[in-house]
Design a binder for this molecule. Structure first.
Ligand code: FAD
Length: 412
């Protein structure tokens, strides 16, 4: 028997917030979203990768528009710089099917599918409270509203999580990630690299760090074209020199890292390519001890953040939503639905935080001698790094359970 007709308030209207709003509405809830920002969220135009099976499920279930442009590829290529020069050495190639998306287009598609819910833009939630009746209160500058369920989808500094897990602090990894998007003009005169990226995503390794590169769809206004255009998205992981410089210097340091460690053609793209965006921040992780405590539940980054090597933050947020919809449909009370949700999603958050630490350790903190490795070594090393865990980013025998939507679980 389904839980329907309940009032559901959602704090945060980004990827997790919009996906949870769709889930609630599809299960028959009356949904209101509160988003602090009054700017254009679609302008956060960075790259996001998701597994093909999840993309397909979201389209089939009606969360995503089938016409949303993506840039799927099926292979992961491992490169490093030859020790005696600046040329690239390819030392591994693995099957790894991923669906790269433009973050802004993904948000816009979810937002459109959440079209019927009340979505308050520019209205920050100042606090969430438990009412004596067992319901939940959301306070904003516009007043206080009472709900049967409140979803905290308000990111890493969630006010909702502060209520459920006061004092929880992120654990720093000790290194930094730089994320950027670059116009494809950076590949002028380098057709081989561009051709490689049309069929694969690329990991460029170095001692105590690496970068990942992939193409994503470009929103029209970025390219000025008619659609179907691509941008290069990258994430580079490494250590800042101590003492840390100012924010501006920290962001620009990725150019130095690239020049020092990448093969010339990839260094040029990062160091001299025309950037449409560039951000950097310390890598951290954390997980709330439990993803729900009725009438509250946490979704996306508010519930858990894993180191980005797993490429799973948005994936998790989207799976959170699919889980909530199933739990609401299959339960007889909101308490039961939220308990089912918490059982499944807390375990998944813990799995991903652990996986992120394993990958960060092996790909940044204690890297192997990449230039001595060949294809068989990459497979052996991948297996050892995963230690029995699975990830959709490591193809072949390491293909993850997270490549498939979580079926047959507490929420199904
Ligand atoms: C380097 C890097 C690479 C990544 N790559 C991938 C990838 O390939 N694949 C993947 O799946 N994930 C990836 N991620 C993770 C992914 O980007 C995030 O997990 C995801 O975008 C989080 O979405 P969210 O909606 O939970 O949080 P957010 O996007 O942070 O949204 C929170 C929203 O809540 C709003 N808000 C906050 N406080 C309030 C308040 N008090 N009242 C109202 N609104 C509020 C904010 O304005 C914001 O819009 C990556 C992350 C990084 C750092």
């Amino acid at each position: 028997m389904a839980v329907s007709g309940v009032r559901m308030g959602v704090v945060g209207g980004s990827i997790a917030g919009c996906a949870m709003a769709i889930a609630g509405a599809r299960a028959g809830a009356d949904v209101t979203v509160y988003e602090r920002s009054d700017g254009e969220l679609q302008d956060r135009g960075l790259g996001i990768v998701i597994p093909p099976a999840l993309h397909e499920e979201l389209v089939t279930a009606g969360y995503l528009d089938a016409s949303m442009d993506t840039a799927p590829v099926g292979t992961r290529v491992w490169l490093t710089r030859k020790p005696d020069g600046r040329t690239a050495h390819e030392f591994g190639r693995q099957p790894s099917a991923v669906v790269p998306c433009n973050w802004g287009m993904l948000w816009r598609s979810l937002r459109a599918r959440a079209g019927d819910v009340r979505y308050h833009r520019g209205l920050p939630v100042t606090s969430v409270e438990r009412e004596p009746s067992g319901r939940a209160l959301i306070r904003t500058a516009a007043g206080a509203e009472s709900y049967d369920i409140v979803v905290g989808a308000d990111g890493h500094q969630s006010v909702t999580r502060r209520l459920l897990a006061p004092g929880l602090r992120p654990t720093p990894a000790g290194y930094t990630v730089w994320r950027g998007t670059v116009a494809l003009s950076a590949f002028a005169g380098r057709p081989e690299q561009l051709e490689l990226l049309r069929g694969a995503w690329v990991t460029v390794t170095f001692e105590r760090g690496h970068g990942v590169f992939y193409l994503i769809p470009s929103a029209r206004k970025e390219s000025g074209g008619a659609g179907g255009e691509r941008l290069l998205a990258y994430a580079v992981y490494g250590f800042l020199p101590a003492p840390a410089a100012g924010r501006r210097e920290e962001a620009a340091y990725v150019r130095t890292l690239a020049d020092e460690h990448f093969p010339a053609e990839w260094a040029d793209v990062v160091a001299r390519g025309k950037h449409l965006s560039l951000v950097c921040h310390p890598v951290t992780d954390f997980q709330a001890p439990r993803s729900a405590s009725p009438p509250f539940l946490l979704a996306g980054d508010a519930a858990a953040i894993t180191r980005p090597h797993t490429a799973s933050g948005a994936v998790k947020a989207l799976q959170d939503a699919l889980c909530l919809e199933r739990a609401l449909r299959d339960s007889t009370s909101t308490d039961e639905a939220l308990r089912r949700y918490a059982d499944e999603r807390t375990a998944e958050g813990a799995r991903l935080v652990e996986l992120g630490r394993r990958l960060g350790h092996a790909q940044v903190e204690r890297t192997p001698e990449w230039h001595t490795m060949g294809p068989a070594d990459v497979d052996t090393w991948s297996r050892a790094v995963l230690g029995g865990a699975t990830s959709y980013l490591f193809g072949g025998p390491h293909r993850g359970a997270d490549a498939e939507p979580p079926r047959g679980s507490a929420c199904s």
